[in-house]
Ligand binder design. Structure first.
Ligand code: F6R
Length: 609
C-alpha cells in the first residue's frame, strides 16, 4: 500500500525522499510523486508508473530544496494516473499533502466544499478533498487548522502536509495507517516504515493513533488528540540497512526463503530458558487463565491465516482447547461468539493489516483477551494487544510472505506446547520430544534449501501450465493452501488447493493430462490414503509431483516427480513442507519473467479494508 517519505534538514530533500521511496517500493504502488518548497512556493511533480518515471521528470527540474514529502500510491479511489497520483494540492496551491489510507466520508466533505467554498477538484481521489479542506480552514496556524480538519474526517490516514505560509514546517497526522518519525541531527524524517529511514537514523518515534506531529529541522513535537504535548522515548532500531538489502540474491523473496533457518531459530531461542523450557515472559497464560477459556479464535489474512490453520491443529491436538480460525475480513461481520472467556489470537507480519486490526478491536469490545503474533515491533496490532508474541523473522520485504509464515508457525507451536504442558494434556516425555523436534528444525530447513536446484528443475514446465492443483490431508491441506497462494500470487497461474479427500466430491472433474497436481503426503498417519488420492488423479491423466518424508519411499512409485522433506513428527511437518513449495513458486515465476518481489495488484501491507 502507499508509501510515505518526508524530509526536512540541510541536505537535498529530493535525493533523500526518492531514495526513501525506493526502500518502500516493496509495499506495492502504481504511481509516485513529490512536493518540495522552492523559493517559498510548493512545487509538485507526479507520474504514473514506476519511480523511474518520476525521476526522469525531476531531471528536467533541478532544484536545491531542503524540505519535501514524497509518496508512492496504490490506487483505491480513482485509477492509477498522473492526476490521481499524490501529492494533492488545494485550489490556490497553498496546501500540498500526501496520504496513505482512505477518507471514508470524503464525498460528504467534497459536497460541503463545493457548496460552501466553490471548490473544483482535479482528481478522483479522496485525498484531494483533505488538501482543499485544510486550505479553507486555514487561519494562519497550520497545527490548529489540522486539529480542526481531523474533526471533520472519518477513516484511516497517515498524512504529510506542507503549507506555503509555514515553509519551515512539516505536519504529520496518523490514524490507523502506519507512520514513523526518524530523528536525525539537524534533520528529521517521516516515513511509512523503518527501512526508509535506516540510512539516516536508527532512532525513531512510533506515532500513535490520533496524534499530530509538528516537524522542523531541529524539533519534533507530538500532540495527542486533545492537543496535549506527548513525551515519548525514541525506539532504537537494532537491525541495520543491510538486513533490508538483497545481499547478492536476485530477489528479496529468495533471500527471505533462505533466512528461514535463522528466523525460526531466533524465534525459538528467544522463548526457551536455559533448561530448554518454553518461557512466555510478558505473556499471561497461567493455568487459571487457560482453564477459564471456552474457545480460541485465530484471526488473520492471507498467508498469516494459513499459519492460523496449522495453529488450530496444534492447539487442539496438544492443549485440547477448541479453536476456530477466521479470515479477518469475515470475522468482524459474522457476529461471532466472543466473551471474556475467549482468547483472540491475531496473526500478522506487518501488524498493520486493517482487516485484522478491525477484527481485533471487535473482539476486544466483546470482552476477549487479545494475544498477537506479530513481526513488526511497535506496529498498531502489537500496540493494541494485551500480549504480544513477536516473530523474529527480521524485515520481510518481498510481497510474497515466506519467513513470516514459518516464524508464525514456530510461535503457534510454542504456544500450543506451552498450553498443553500447563494444562497437563501432554506428558513430560512428549513435551521434551516436541522441544527437541523444534530445535532440530532450522538445520532440517537448511537441508531442504540445499535441494534448491533439484526443485528449480521441477519448476521447468510448470510455468507453461494454466492450472495447477495442490492436494493434501490434515496438516498437509493447510500447507497446500499456502503453497497454492504462493504460486498464484507471483506466477499468476490459476491454482486451487483442496483437501485430497474432497476431490471426488466434484473438483476432480477439472483434472486432466494438462493439469499438474502437487500432492503433499507428509503425514505418516495419512500416507496410504494419500497414495490412493494420487492414484485417483493419475487415472485422470494428471502429472503428479509428490512430497513425502525421506523414509516414505513408496511415493517414488506413485508420483512422477518427488520432493522430499526430512523425517520428523507429523505435527511439525508444515515447518518443512512449505519450503519446497516456496522455492517452486519462486522458480515458476522466475521462468515466466515476472517481477517476483512486487507482483501486480498486490501490496505488502494492506492498510485498507
Ligand atoms: C501473501 C501475503 C499476504 C499477507 C496478508 C496478511 O504472501 O503476504 O497474504 O499474508 O496480506 O498480511 P499481514 O501478515 O501483514 O497481516
Amino acid at each position: 500500500m502507499c508509501g510515505v517519505m518526508g524530509y526536512i534538514g540541510d541536505e537535498n530533500a529530493q535525493d533523500i525522499i526518492i531514495e526513501g521511496l525506493r526502500k518502500l517500493e516493496y509495499r506495492g504502488y502504481d504511481s509516485a510523486g513529490i512536493v518540495m518548497v522552492q523559493d517559498g512556493k510548493l512545487v509538485v511533480h507526479k507520474k504514473k508508473g514506476r519511480l523511474a518515471n518520476l525521476e526522469k521528470e525531476l531531471e528536467k527540474h533541478p532544484n536545491e530544496s531542503h524540505i519535501g514529502i514524497g509518496h508512492t500510491r496504490w490506487a483505491t479511489h480513482g485509477a492509477p494516473s498522473d492526476v490521481n497520483a499524490h501529492p494533492h494540492t488545494s485550489m490556490s496551491g497553498d496546501v500540498a499533502l500526501i496520504h496513505n489510507g482512505i477518507i471514508e466520508n470524503y464525498l460528504e466533505i467534497k459536497e460541503w466544499l463545493q457548496r460552501e467554498h466553490g471548490s473544483v477538484f482535479q482528481s478522483e481521489t479522496d485525498t484531494e478533498v483533505v488538501a482543499h479542506l485544510i486550505s479553507v480552514l486555514y487561519n494562519g496556524d497550520l497545527l490548529d487548522t489540522c486539529f480542526r480538519a481531523v474533526e471533520k474526517m472519518r477513516g484511516a490516514y497517515a498524512l504529510g502536509i506542507l503549507h506555503e505560509n509555514e515553509p519551515d514546517k512539516l505536519i504529520a497526522i496518523r490514524k490507523d495507517s502506519p507512520l514513523v518519525i526518524g530523528l536525525g541531527e539537524g534533520s528529521n524524517y517521516i516515513a511509512s516504515d523503518i527501512p526508509a529511514l535506516l540510512k539516516h537514523t536508527k532512532d525513531v518515534l512510533l506515532i500513535e493513533n490520533n496524534e499530530i506531529v509538528v516537524i522542523t529541522k531541529k524539533s519534533v513535537t507530538v500532540y495527542d488528540g486533545q492537543r496535549n504535548v506527548v513525551e515519548r522515548a525514541p525506539y532504537h532500531v537494532t537491525w541495520d540497512a543491510a538486513t533490508a538489502e538483497k545481499e547478492g540474491y536476485d530477489h528479496f523473496m529468495l533471500k527471505e526463503i533462505h533466512e528461514q533457518p535463522k528466523g525460526i531459530r531466533d524465534t525459538l531461542v528467544s522463548r526457551l530458558d536455559a533448561q530448554g523450557n518454553v518461557k512466555l515472559d510478558g505473556i499471561r497464560l497461567t493455568k487459571e487463565d487457560l482453564e477459564r477459556l471456552d474457545r480460541i479464535y485465530i484471526v488473520a489474512c492471507g498467508t498469516a491465516y494459513h499459519a492460523g490453520l496449522v495453529g488450530k491443529y496444534a492447539i487442539e491436538r496438544l492443549a485440547k482447547i477448541p479453536v476456530e480460525v477466521d479470515v479477518a475480513s469475515e470475522f468482524r461481520y459474522r457476529d461471532p461468539f466472543v466473551s471474556d472467556r475467549t482468547l483472540f489470537i491475531a496473526v500478522t507480519q506487518s501488524g498493520e493489516t486493517l482487516d485484522t486490526l478491525a477484527a481485533l478491536r471487535e473482539a476486544k469490545n466483546r470482552g476477549a483477551r487479545v494475544l498477537s503474533v506479530v513481526n513488526v515491533v511497535g506496529s498498531s496490532i502489537a500496540r493494541e494487544s494485551d500480549d504480544v508474541f513477536y516473530t523474529w523473522a527480521g524485515p520481510e520485504i518481498a510481497v510474497a510472505s515466506t519467513k513470516a509464515y514459518t516464524t508464525q508457525l514456530m510461535c503457534l507451536y510454542l504456544l500450543a506446547i506451552h498450553m498443553g504442558r500447563t494444562l497437563r494434556t501432554i506428558s513430560d516425555e512428549a513435551y521434551a520430544l516436541y522441544i527437541k523436534e523444534l530445535t532440530a528444525m532450522p538445520d532440517r530447513i537448511s537441508g531442504i534449501l540445499k535441494q534448491e536446484n533439484a526443485i528449480a528443475a521441477i519448476a521447468d514446465g510448470l510455468h507453461r501450465k494454466r492450472d495447477i492443483f495442490f492436494i493434501g490431508r490434515g496438516l498437509d491441506s493447510a500447507v497446500a493452501y499456502e503453497g497454492s497462494l504462493k504460486l498464484k500470487e507471483i506466477s499468476y497461474i490459476n491454482s486451487l488447493a483442496i483437501a485430497a479427500g474432497e476431490l471426488k466430491h466434484g473438483t476432480i472433474a477439472l483434472i486432466d493430462d494438462d493439469v499438474p497436481v502437487i500432492a503433499l503426503a507428509n503425514q505418516d498417519a495419512l500416507f496410504e490414503k494419500m497414495l490412493s488420492n494420487i492414484q485417483e488423479v493419475k487415472a485422470r491423466g494428471a502429472r503428479v509431483i509428490g512430497m513425502a518424508k525421506a523414509h516414505n519411499k513408496a511415493i517414488e512409485q506413485a508420483a512422477d516427480q518427488t520432493l522430499w522433506i526430512p523425517d520428523c513428527e507429523d505435527i511439525f511437518t508444515p515447518l518443512l513442507s512449505v519450503v519446497p513449495l516456496q522455492i517452486l513458486a519462486y522458480y515458476v515465476a522466475k521462468l515466466k519473467g515476472f517481477d517476483i518481489d512486487k507482483p501486480k495488484n498486490l501490496a505488502k501491507s494492506v492498510t485498507v479494508e
